[in-house]
Design a protein around this ligand. Structure first.
Ligand SMILES: CC(C)(COP(=O)(O)OP(=O)(O)OC[C@H]1O[C@@H](n2cnc3c(N)ncnc32)[C@H](O)[C@@H]1OP(=O)(O)O)[C@@H](O)C(=O)NCCC(=O)NCCS
Length: 227
C-alpha cells in the first residue's frame, strides 16, 4: 500500500505545486485548454501563496511525492493589496521583457474575464466574516483517496488555532466533486451567479459559486479613542 500523507508546504515543493496547479486549472484538467502559456497563470495566481504566504500552504504526498496541495491565505484584504504591490509589477516586468506567450486562446480568455467582471458575474463575500480563503487541487490519479479531505482538515485546524473567524472559496458548478467536499466539510453556499464565458464554452449553464465556513466568533470589535 502506498503511503498517503498530508504535511506543511516546504519551499522545495514549489515546482510540484506549480505543475499540479497548471495541470488541474481547467476544472481538474490542464490549463492549456484556455491559455497557451501556463507560466502567466502561475505567476499571477499561485506565486502569492508559495512566495508570500507559504506558512499557510499544505501538500498531499504519496510515498513522499507531492500529488496535491492546498494553498491558503488568512487575510484576503492583504492578499489583494499584495497582488497590486508585488505580483502585478512582477508580471508587468516579465510581460514587457517578452517572457509570456499570448495567443488566440489567451486573448479570448482575458476578454471573457473582463466581460465577466463588468457584468458582475463573479461572486462577492463579506471579508469581515470570512477573511481567509483557499485553493485545493490534486493530480487526477490520486483523487478519491481522502487526501482532499485531509488537506482541508489540516488547514481548517490551523485557521481555528489562529482564531480566524471564517474562510471562503470560489468555485463553479462544474467542480462537482469539490462542491460535495466543501459541503461535507460544513461550508455553505454564500453567493452564486451565472457565468456566460464557460456556459458558451460548454453549451449549458454554469454557475460561479462562493462557499463559506464560519470557524469561530469574531473578536468583539472596539474603538480606539483618540484625543
Ligand atoms: C476536489 C478535490 C480536491 C477533492 O479531493 P479528493 O481527495 O478527490 O476527495 P476525498 O477523497 O477527500 O473525498 C471527500 C469527499 O468529497 C466527495 N467526493 C470525492 N470524490 C467524489 C466523487 N468521485 N463523486 C462524488 N463525490 C466525491 C465526497 O463527499 C467525499 O466524502 P465521502 O467519500 O465521505 O462521501 C479533488 O477531487 C480535485 O483536485 N479535483 C479536481 C480539481 C478541483 O476541482 N479543485 C477544486 C477547485 S475549486
Amino acid at each position: 500500500m502506498p503511503d498517503l500523507n498530508v504535511r506543511p508546504y516546504q519551499s522545495a515543493d514549489r515546482q510540484a505545486v506549480f505543475r499540479i496547479g497548471a495541470d488541474t486549472a481547467f476544472f481538474g484538467s490542464p490549463i492549456e485548454a484556455y491559455l497557451e502559456d501556463r507560466t502567466v497563470f502561475l505567476d499571477a495566481f499561485y506565486a502569492y501563496y508559495t512566495d508570500l504566504e507559504p506558512e499557510h500552504a499544505w501538500v498531499a504526498t504519496v510515498d513522499g511525492e507531492v500529488v496535491g496541495f492546498l494553498v491558503g491565505c488568512v487575510n484576503t484584504r492583504l492578499h489583494n493589496q499584495a497582488l497590486w504591490s508585488t505580483i502585478a509589477p512582477r508580471l508587468a516586468g516579465k510581460l514587457l521583457r517578452g517572457k509570456y506567450h499570448f495567443g488566440k486562446r489567451s486573448l479570448a480568455y482575458f476578454v471573457g474575464l473582463l466581460t465577466g467582471l463588468v457584468q458582475k458575474e463573479f461572486t462577492s463575500v463579506d471579508l469581515g466574516l470570512y477573511p481567509a480563503h483557499l485553493h485545493i487541487n490534486l493530480e487526477s490519479e490520486w483523487r478519491g483517496y481522502k487526501l482532499g479531505q485531509k488537506l482541508m482538515e489540516a488547514y481548517l485546524r490551523q485557521l481555528r488555532l489562529l482564531g480566524i473567524p471564517g474562510v471562503y472559496l470560489d468555485t463553479t458548478s462544474l467542480n462537482e466533486v469539490a462542491c460535495r467536499l466543501y459541503e461535507k466539510m460544513g461550508f455553505r453556499l454564500l453567493d452564486a451567479r451565472p457565468d456566460r464565458f464557460w456556459a458558451k464554452w460548454f453549451g449549458y449553464p454554469v454557475e460561479n459559486r462562493c462557499y463559506g465556513l464560519k470557524l469561530c466568533k469574531p473578536l468583539p470589535s472596539f474603538t480606539l479613542r483618540t484625543k
